[in-house]
Design a protein. Structure first.
Length: 320
C-alpha cells in the first residue's frame, strides 16, 4: 500500500499532486504542515516517498524514515534537507532545477530597477497625500553608469545577465566554476569575489545556501564595498548576515536593499529591517507565477511517482 507524505505546502489543496500520485499507485497521500523535525519524523516514518517544501528534513527526521526511496523538494534549493543523511540511507533527494528561471530573473530585474530609481520610496509620499520626491536626488541612479555584480552564473544568474546587458551597465560575474569565455560571451566580465566587492555599485545574489556561501555578505564584505552600495537577494536569506546588513543600512554604507528572502524568514515583526523606507522585502515570492507553480507541483509529484513505479530518479542532488 504505497504511501506518499507531503510534509508541508503552501497551496490551497493537493489536487495536482494527488492526481499524479494516485495514477502511479499511491493508495494514501498525506498532506501535513510539519514545522519541526520531530513532526516530520512522525508523519514520514512509514512513507514510501516524501515531498517537502520548507519543513526541516534533518538527519533525525531522515533516520526515522523506514521505507522512503525519495525525498522530493518543492524548489531548486535543497538546504532544508540533510543530503548526506539521505545518501547514507540510500534515499535519493531530487529538486526541480528549472521551474522558475524566468520568474526569478524578472523579479531580480524589477528589484534592481526599483532600487536604482527608488520606485517604492518615491511612491510613499504620494500615498500619504503629499506631492514630492520621497528620497534625495543622490539616491536616484542610472543603470548605464553603474557596475553590477552578479554572484553565480547558473541558470538564473545567466538570465539576469541577459536582462542587464541592454541597459549598458558594466557587469561583473563571480562563479568559481563558470568559464571566463562563457561569461564574456554573455556580455559580462569574470571577477573574484574580492575584486567584485571593491568595484560594484550593486550586487545581486544567485547562489545556493552552502557552508562556503552562508554569511558571504557580512560586516567585512560590506566594508570592502563602496559607500552607498545597493544589495539585492532573491536566492537564500542566510547568504547575508542580517545584523550586519542592518548596521550597514543605519550607517549609510549600504544605501538600499531589496530582499525576497531573509534570515530568519519571516523577519520578526519588530526587526529594524522592516522599518527602513529604502528597503524592499517580499515574502519569498520571486519564483511565483501560475505556470511556475504548476510546473513545481507536477515536478515534485512526478519524482515521487517515479519512485513508486520503481523507475530511476531524476534531478538527484545527493548522488544516490
Amino acid at each position: 500500500m504505497p504511501k506518499v507524505v507531503i510534509t508541508d505546502y503552501t497551496f490551497p489543496d493537493l489536487s495536482v499532486e494527488e492526481k499524479i500520485l494516485k495514477a502511479a499507485g499511491a493508495t494514501e497521500v498525506v498532506g501535513a504542515q510539519a514545522r519541526t523535525w520531530e513532526e516530520v519524523a512522525k508523519v514520514a516514518a512509514d512513507a514510501d516517498a516524501v515531498i517537502t517544501q520548507f519543513a526541516p528534513v534533518n538527519a533525525q527526521a531522515i533516520a526515522a524514515m523506514k521505507k522512503a526511496k525519495v525525498i522530493s523538494r518543492y524548489g531548486i534549493g535543497v538546504d532544508n534537507v540533510d543530503l548526506a543523511a539521505a545518501k547514507a540511507k540510500g534515499i535519493a533527494v531530487c529538486n526541480i532545477p528549472d521551474y522558475c528561471i524566468d520568474e526569478v530573473a524578472d523579479h531580480t530585474l524589477s528589484f534592481i530597477l526599483a532600487l536604482t530609481r527608488q520606485v517604492v520610496s518615491n511612491a510613499l509620499p504620494i500615498r500619504n497625500g503629499e506631492w514630492k520626491a520621497g528620497v534625495s536626488v543622490t539616491m536616484m541612479r542610472c543603470l548605464r553608469d553603474m557596475t553590477v555584480g552578479v554572484v553565480a552564473f547558473g541558470r538564473i544568474g545567466r538570465e539576469v545577465v541577459k536582462r542587464l546587458v541592454p541597459f549598458g551597465c558594466k557587469i561583473l560575474v563571480f562563479d568559481p566554476v563558470a568559464s571566463k569565455d562563457d561569461v564574456a560571451r554573455a556580455g559580462a566580465t569574470s571577477a573574484t569575489l574580492e575584486e567584485m566587492f571593491t568595484k560594484i555599485d550593486l550586487i545581486t545574489l544567485h547562489c545556493p545556501s552552502l557552508p562556503q556561501t552562508r554569511g558571504m555578505l557580512n560586516k567585512a564584505a560590506f566594508a570592502k564595498m563602496k559607500k552607498g552600495v545597493l544589495i539585492v537577494n532573491a536566492s537564500r536569506g542566510d547568504l547575508i548576515v542580517t545584523d550586519d546588513l542592518i548596521e550597514a543600512l543605519r550607517s549609510g554604507h549600504v544605501d538600499s536593499a531589496a530582499l525576497d528572502v531573509t534570515s530568519p524568514e519571516p523577519p520578526p515583526v519588530d526587526s529594524p529591517l522592516r522599518a527602513f523606507p529604502q528597503v524592499i522585502i517580499h515574502s519569498h515570492i520571486a519564483s511565483a507565477s501560475v505556470k511556475s507553480v504548476q510546473r513545481l507541483r507536477e515536478g515534485a509529484a512526478n519524482h515521487a511517482a517515479r519512485a513508486l513505479r520503481g523507475e530511476k530518479a531524476q534531478n538527484v542532488v545527493n548522488g544516490v
